[in-house]
Design a binder for this molecule. Structure first.
Ligand SMILES: [Zn+2]
Length: 187
C-alpha cells in the first residue's frame, strides 16, 4: 500500500520587493527540487532574487504547519560574472545556472570540514576547508584561466546564442523536410 501523503512541497520565488510567486505544489521533495532547478536555470531574464522550497504538513491544525526546507539567494558568479549564481541556505552550497559556466560549491558528504568546488567547462575541481575559501578558489581558477587565455576558449554569449539559434533552425528545417515528405506521400 502507498504511504499516505503527510507533506506537500511548494517551490516559491520572490522579487527584491518581496513579491512571491509559487511554482507549484508537489507531493515529492525530489519533484519540488526539479521544478526549482528548472526555474533557476531560466531565471536570467526574471527579477527573482530569492527562492525557497517550503514543506507544508497536511491535516495540521495550528500556526507552524510549514517550514523552509531550502533557500536560494541570487548573486553574481565568481567566474562568469552573470547573475546566475545561486547560494543555497546559509552558505551550504552554490551553483551557477549559466550553462556555459556551471561552477559549483558543495559541502563534502563524507568528510567533515571539507568543501569541494568545480568548474565543469574548464574541467577543474578543487577542495577547500570552508565555503569562503571554496568561493575564493573559484575566483583563483578564473584568474588563472584568464592568464592562460582560457576565457577566450569559452564562447561569448553572442556566439553561444548564435550556435543555439543554428541548432534550432536545423531542427526546424529537418522537421519541415519530414513534413513535406509526408505531404508528398499523401498526394
Ligand atoms: Zn558562472
Amino acid at each position: 500500500m502507498e504511504e499516505p501523503l503527510k507533506q506537500v512541497y511548494v517551490p516559491v520565488v520572490a522579487t527584491p520587493g518581496g513579491e512571491k510567486t509559487q511554482l507549484g505544489v508537489l507531493s515529492s521533495e525530489q519533484d519540488a527540487w526539479d521544478v526549482m532547478r528548472a526555474f533557476l536555470s531560466k531565471a536570467g531574464e526574471t527579477q527573482v532574487v530569492k527562492a525557497s522550497i517550503v514543506a507544508w504538513e497536511i491535516d495540521f491544525v495550528g500556526e507552524e504547519g510549514s517550514f523552509e526546507l531550502a533557500t536560494f539567494d541570487r548573486k553574481s558568479c565568481p567566474v562568469c560574472s552573470d547573475l546566475s549564481f545561486w547560494i543555497e541556505g546559509q552558505d551550504e552550497g552554490a551553483r551557477c545556472y549559466n550553462i556555459r559556466c556551471g561552477v559549483w560549491i558543495e559541502e563534502n558528504r563524507f568528510e567533515p570540514d571539507r568543501w569541494d568546488c568545480g568548474w565543469p567547462s574548464a574541467n577543474w575541481n578543487k577542495r577547500s576547508d570552508s565555503f569562503e575559501s571554496a568561493h575564493k578558489g573559484l575566483q583563483e581558477m578564473r584568474a588563472k584561466s584568464n592568464s592562460a587565455g582560457m576565457s577566450e576558449r569559452m564562447p561569448s554569449r553572442e556566439a553561444w546564442l548564435d550556435e543555439k539559434d543554428r541548432e534550432r533552425r536545423t531542427i526546424q528545417q529537418r522537421k519541415f523536410a519530414a513534413e513535406s515528405e509526408l505531404l508528398d506521400d499523401e498526394s
